[in-house]
Design a protein around this ligand. Structure first.
Ligand code: MG
Length: 449
């Protein structure tokens, strides 16, 4: 049975995501990921139930469980990466989804997200009767209490913490009442930052605001940054693998702008030569990276894809426009608190964020949505691609066409009968007209099939 989506197994707890499912899943994960599994969760009220059932399943096939408690996903991933005897991991989280949801995300023994092949092996076992071990061989649970401190200490060692301490920054942190409630305030303290934390209560019902760190959900954070004259606002999603920023003047920094700003800082600091982003990323990143003498490597959409590409091509930095930031110097996964620390270092070296934002080239992006039945997605993409054979075409994820003054991306949704059409240009009218032209071409092509 197909169970893993782009972000692990997700559903409403005690409905789709039941104890029975978690127990059975635990047996399959134990069989595939091996004899020592580290486990953590975010603050959701159903996390204890899911982790108890999952642990029972794991132990019944002879797997030992190291329970890290409530920590961010990247803290679990770092713990796995740094402890070689651990053969895999499980994060119980539904990231930014509403509080009734929960989820199971699997981590490989090197701390990176499980590749799809490994998830397929787990799913394939789900339909079988996985044999349990004899009573003498069942696994045990060991509670680990230092994963949060280890994560914070590791980040402090990767940035210029002495200079950050001397700067006397004021920062407002919005934890969305999620997995970062302990770690990010602790990190700010270790970095000598005067930090004011909002939505820092691990109640599990996310009453502060929905835990997706979008501009609309962060109005309280924006206001506090301005009212307190803070240097920076930081917001995480529910499991704190992502991080978004508010500049000192209250402006929300888009994910694309954050990628550009951090790329510029890191290329100067670390002297690497490439940054990896997805084909849906604004050209603001490519033009900023080019101005520093670097190259951009493009991949399909999905943070595990970006992470693996970075490892293969030696990029120092990469990420996605939703606040997923990946630092090769730390670990190959989205790393929310690391993003916060590097942004402080970036303000020190490149100046206040409002000025950095104003220095970026301005691009306009238009997004449209078109209906398309799943079975016709490939044919439509092929047809439109052949209509533009004389253009610069990229088929890595849907169809991207680059023009001298912008680009268009037609990307099939992985979960719905839809296409998303992105159009970007330095000129607003060009971006809008081109989005409309391609929407009409898409609809007329589909109507002929
Ligand atoms: Mg997340």
């Amino acid at each position: 049975m197909r169970m893993f989506g782009t972000n692990g197994v997700r559903g409403i707890a005690n409905e789709y995501l039941s104890c029975e499912l978690a127990l059975r899943m635990g047996r399959c994960i134990g069989k595939v990921l091996g004899p020592r599994i580290a486990m953590a969760c975010d603050t959701r009220v159903t996390s204890d139930m899911i982790r108890s059932a999952l642990s029972a399943g794991l132990m019944s096939v002879g797997t030992d469980v190291l329970d890290l408690g409530v920590v961010p996903t990247p803290a679990l991933q770092l713990y796995i990466k740094e402890h070689h005897e651990i053969t895999g991991g499980v994060m119980i989280t539904a990231s930014h989804n509403p509080p009734e949801f929960n989820g199971i995300k699997c981590i490989s023994g090197d701390g990176t997200e499980c590749p799809p092949e490994e998830e397929r092996r787990i799913e394939d076992l789900y339909d079988e009767d996985v044999p349990t071990v004899g009573w003498k061989d069942v696994g045990s649970i060991l509670r680990i209490s230092n994963a949060a401190e280890d994560y914070v200490r590791s980040i402090v060692s990767k940035v210029d913490s002495e200079s950050i301490k001397e700067a006397g920054f004021t920062v407002v942190v919005d934890c969305a009442n999620g997995a970062s409630v302990e770690t990010t305030p602790m990190l700010m303290k270790e970095l000598g930052v005067r930090a004011i934390t909002i939505n820092g209560n691990p109640q599990g019902e996310f009453p502060g605001h929905p835990s997706e760190p979008t501009e609309d959900n962060l109005s309280a954070l924006k206001k506090m940054v301005v009212d307190l004259g803070a240097d920076l606002g930081i917001a995480h999603d529910g499991d704190a693998d992502r991080c978004v920023f508010i500049a000192g003047d209250g402006r929300y920094i888009s994910g694309d702008a954050a990628l550009a700003i951090l790329s510029r800082h890191l290329l100067k600091k670390e002297g690497g030569n490439s940054v990896t982003v997805t084909v849906a990323t604004s050209a603001v990143v490519e033009s900023t990276v080019a101005s520093c003498g670097g190259d951009v490597v493009y991949t399909a959409v999905g943070s595990p894809i970006v992470s693996r590409a970075m490892r293969d091509n030696g990029s120092i930095f990469g990420g996605e426009e939703n606040g997923g930031l990946i630092f090769a110097s730390h670990q190959y996964c989205r790393d929310g608190a690391m993003g916060a620390a590097v942004m402080l270092e970036c303000i020190l070296s490149e100046g206040p964020l409002p000025e950095q934002l104003d220095s970026l080239p301005r691009y306009y992006t238009v997004k449209k949505t078109a209906y398309c039945p799943d079975e016709l997605k490939q044919t439509v993409t092929d047809e439109i691609s052949s209509n533009h054979a004389d253009c610069k075409i990229n088929r890595m994820d849907g169809l991207r066409i680059d023009f001298d003054d912008g680009w268009v991306l037609l990307r099939p949704s992985g979960t719905e009968p839809k296409y998303r059409i992105y159009s970007e240009s330095r000129d607003r009218d060009t971006a809008e007209q081109r989005a409309q032209v391609f929407l009409e071409e898409f609809e007329s092509t589909l109507s002929r099939l």
